[in-house]
Design a protein around this ligand. Sequence first.
Ligand code: HEC
Length: 140
Amino acid sequence: MRFVVKISILLVLVCSFAMYSVHLYTDTKLLKKSTRLTDAAFEGKMIWQQNNCQSCHQFYGLGGYLGPDLTNVYSTKDKGTGYIGIMVQNGSITMPAYKMSKTEIEKVTEFLRCMDETGKADPRTFKATETGNITREDEQ
Ligand code: HEC
């Protein structure tokens, strides 16, 4: 008898796990947010990798920590396209200047625009739901 109870509990837990997994991986709202790079953004990503920007910068908190997280630099008020171009071209005291061509800068900026579209990286903008998932302000 005790064996039957144990097996039932195990089955309930396994089923719950399976249902929760299916729910998470088929959430269309989340799937829509997965990265879709345009052709220019893909080339921008190559430039990003060749210049090792990630060694100092992060996306969603992952990367090097000398420079700031760039996930949402594109949509941040008073930053965006022109600002990104100026930073990459001229650098600052702590960031090296990259003498890139106008098209290269446009491609890197397009890459940062696509990354920005994937969501908000600042955990202070997240809210926990009753199920323990996280919603972000841009999804409400
Ligand atoms: C050696 C480290 C380093 C590398 C490599 C680097 N950066 Fe930076 N970056 C920084 C630092 C540090 C800052 C902050 C500078 C400041 O505020 O004076 C910064 C700032 C920026 C900013 C402005 C961010 C903001 O929120 O104000 C952008 C955009 C940027 N970097 C893009 C790039 C790109 C694109 C590359 C690669 C081509 C790159 N960085 C490579 C260190 C780096």
